[in-house]
Design a protein around this ligand. Structure first.
Ligand code: R5P
Length: 302
């Protein structure tokens, strides 16, 4: 079956890299906001038969940025899926590198809803054929997708990048006890003997304020603090501060999805990090690692 890639407005760089990896024909989109605030999207084509009988791959992160918030990105995603289906796409593969609302996966206070699952339920109603995301906060939420659903792992690519910097004498630190398993898996990419440790993080569920405790023996070690998401940078900054106090040499703040909201970059670097490393799930200045190869691996024909 012939394939075509639709590159969503939130995944321009990554979309182009996937296009190159898979040698695909691609189209992009045109978006605007109507005077009443409603979102508009059209796929930038002249020929409405372009998608007929084809397998259409749509790539669109749903992260907030200065250009659009996550709600707009989700609506644009739905509009792209609806448009290609209306125009006769035979199969639709959806790639959402960063899945918005994924952190709302649990009930913390009475009266909340588990919205991560609702977002996926909504996508599931669109009758897509395959769904891919990357390092989603809690992979269990993918149960809501009834077609093939894959959580792509970016850790190998991030580790390759850090190794290419020549970094030795590494300790991987999890900023949160709950993320230790992920950090352990990440550390294995640097070798079996790489130590993994964690700080104890608490977040006030009402104010969002973070407190962190821990004293690790990091003297003269190069520390990689690895997380799935950097949002405001509060978690990283707290962890970096403790790592510095514990004698760390170089500190790398590493995350699959470096949203860098508010003044996150300043907060992290000011706390003592030497470098922030993210992937192109978010198209920004710290996207030093491309997910294109990992995504393409799943989509290559056997
Ligand atoms: C939380 O469980 C996540 O894994 C991240 O630690 C968190 O989202 C980071 O948020 P922030 O950068 O605002 O502290």
């Amino acid at each position: 079956m012939k394939r075509i890639l639709v590159i969503g407005p939130a995944s321009q760089m990554l979309g182009m890299r996937v296009k190159v990896e898979l040698e695909l024909e691609s189209v992009n989109t045109e978006t605007k906001i109507f005077p009443d605030g409603e979102n508009y999207l059209r796929i930038n084509i002249e020929d409405e038969t372009l998608f007929e009988g084809k397998e259409v791959i749509i790539i669109q992160s749903t992260a907030p940025s200065a250009k659009a918030d996550q709600n707009a990105r989700i609506l644009e995603l739905i509009m792209m899926i609806e448009a290609v289906k209306r125009m006769g796409a035979e199969r639709v593969i959806v790639i959402v590198p960063y899945l918005a609302y994924a952190r709302q996966d649990k009930i913390f206070r009475p009266g909340e809803c588990s919205f991560a699952r609702n977002i996926l339920k909504l996508i599931n109603t669109l009758n897509i054929d395959e769904f891919y995301t990357v390092d989603v906060h809690n992979p269990e939420v993918l149960e809501e997708i009834s077609c093939k659903a894959v959580n792509i792992n970016s850790m190998g690519l991030l580790a390759d990048h850090i190794r290419s910097l020549g970094t030795q004498n590494i300790v991987v630190v999890s900023p949160d006890k709950g993320a230790v398993q992920r950090s352990e898996a990440f550390a294995r990419y640097f070798g079996e003997e790489i130590p993994v440790d964690y700080f104890e993080k608490k977040r006030d569920v009402k104010t969002g304020e973070i407190t962190m405790k821990g004293s690790l023996s990091l003297k003269n070690r190069n520390v990689i603090i690895a997380d799935d998401i950097i949002a405001t940078g509060g978690t990283m900054a707290n962890a970096i501060k403790i790592a510095k106090e514990s004698g760390a040499n170089k500190i790398y703040a590493v995350a699959t999805h470096a949203l860098l909201l508010e003044q996150a970059a300043y907060r992290i670097l000011n706390a003592g990090a030497d470098e922030i490393i993210g992937t192109d799930s978010i198209d920004n200045e710290v996207a030093k690692v491309s997910l294109a190869k990992a995504i393409a691996q799943y989509l290559k024909y056997e």
